[in-house]
Design a protein around this ligand. Structure first.
Ligand SMILES: [Zn+2]
Length: 415
């Protein structure tokens, strides 16, 4: 499986204000609220640790064996509820930051009991020795970029409000994309607010589906092998991964099954049908979005494109490929590519299906029959028996597709 999900952190300087609201009455991120969230996060961690330490002491006192104390969400929630009753200021903190602080504590305990990690027993966090941070989980897009009533971009940090920020153009673009709930390729998972030398920062943890940004080699004239393990391989050696649609596919199968167990027309049947349609739409939107981004990128960077659509029917007979190929629709990808080439005036050539792009050595032009056929699809790399050139199967094929495509255009001009 080719990995196509990239996780990264984007650090942005933020400027919490002294005021609680701006002149238009919008709630803005206030310094004391940030400080209090940092303090409460640390407080919860320390109090839960204190509770566990007390509990351990008590067990020892009564002669129990305290090899291991199981600390999990359930036990910590009990402690947290007691703390909330005793210290009402906890309610002022962002709820997901409280949860996160507790999770950090549970993680520290689990790490301690994991013999492989050789972690220390958790210690109390102090203002001096520990980073001053708290973390907000992005639930329902409550962490995002949005315009304030003056029309300026601000970061919205859940119920803390809006905050002024500074960042590069590149990050700004990415954050805008991540804030768009209809864009499924970039998502903000959580944001860590931190204070360093009296300056404040928001560190966004972003998950994105990888689309190529850097041009590895000159594109201009490009051959594309519409692969089976990958979505496409370009003649500049760039590989484009298939989208991971397993989660959506699982949901679709789940609701299809549910429908088959219900009486047609019944409330439960219709409910399952509604869910099925919802997940089906999600899958299609996600796929279209991904294909649009990639085809835009290729078309924008090319003046000539040659493609060969490998025998998709042949893969379908091979059960190993069938599902992935159906979820990832190379035909739709190709149609989009062709349509955009026409729109942008980029020359687009389809190389015939029977052209043996995978067997020809792109260096010397000789055929290597030993890599031919569906059974040999597992051979990812080979050495040319004629000139000894070492080839990646798909890159070699895409280079041959480019050559063939260029020849074909010459042919038509002569006629
Ligand atoms: Zn060769």
């Amino acid at each position: 499986m080719v990995m196509n999900v990239v996780k990264e952190n984007i650090e942005v300087r933020i400027y919490p204000a002294k005021a609680q609201r701006n002149d238009k009455g919008e709630k803005i991120v206030n310094i004391s609220a940030v400080e209090s969230n940092i303090g409460i996060s640390r407080f919860i961690y320390n109090k839960e640790l204190e509770f566990i330490n007390d509990f351990k002491r008590l067990l020892v006192y009564y002669g129990y064996d305290v090899d291991k104390i199981i600390v999990n969400d359930k036990s910590c929630n009990v402690i947290l509820n007691m703390l909330k009753q005793e210290y009402s200021f906890i309610e002022n903190a962002e709820s997901s930051s409280i949860q996160q602080s507790q999770r950090d504590f549970i993680r520290a305990m689990i790490n301690f009991y994991n013999v492989n990690l050789k972690a220390q027993f958790p210690v109390y966090k102090s203002k001096k020795t520990n980073k001053e941070t708290f973390r907000i989980i992005n639930n329902n897009n409550n962490v995002r970029i949005q315009k304030d009533k003056y029309g300026y971009d601000k970061i919205k940090l859940a119920k803390l409000g809006l905050v002024k920020f500074k960042t590069s153009k590149k990050y700004l673009k990415l954050l805008h994309q991540a804030s768009d709930k209809y864009d499924s390729t970039v998502k903000i998972k959580h944001v860590t607010v931190k204070k360093v030398n009296d300056k404040y920062y928001a560190v966004f943890n972003i998950k994105r589906i990888h689309t190529p940004e850097k041009i590895i080699g000159p594109l201009q004239q490009v051959g594309i092998d519409i692969g089976c393990g990958k979505l496409a391989v370009l003649s500049n050696t760039q590989e484009i991964a298939n989208l991971d649609l397993r989660y959506e596919a699982e949901k679709i199968i789940q609701y299809q099954k549910e429908m088959s167990h219900r009486k047609p027309g019944s409330t439960r049947y219709l409910k399952a049908k509604k869910q099925l349609n919802k997940w089906y739409t999600k899958l299609i939107n996600k796929r279209n979005d991904y294909y649009d981004k990639i085809t835009n990128y290729i078309v924008k960077n090319s003046s000539f494109i040659a493609v060969q659509n490998e025998n998709i029917i042949a893969w379908k007979q091979n059960s190993h490929f069938s599902k992935k190929v159906q979820l990832n629709a190379p035909r739709i990808f190709l149609d989009k590519l062709e349509y955009k080439c026409q729109r942008e005036g980029v020359e687009f050539i389809k190389v015939p299906k029977h052209f043996p792009s995978t067997q020809i050595c792109c260096e010397c032009g000789n055929k290597n029959k030993s890599v031919a056929g569906i059974g040999k699809i597992g051979i990812r790399e080979w050495d040319c028996p004629h000139c000894n050139a070492h080839h990646d199967r798909d890159v070699n094929a895409s280079k041959n597709i480019l050559k063939k495509g260029l020849k074909m255009t010459v042919g038509t001009t002569v006629q």
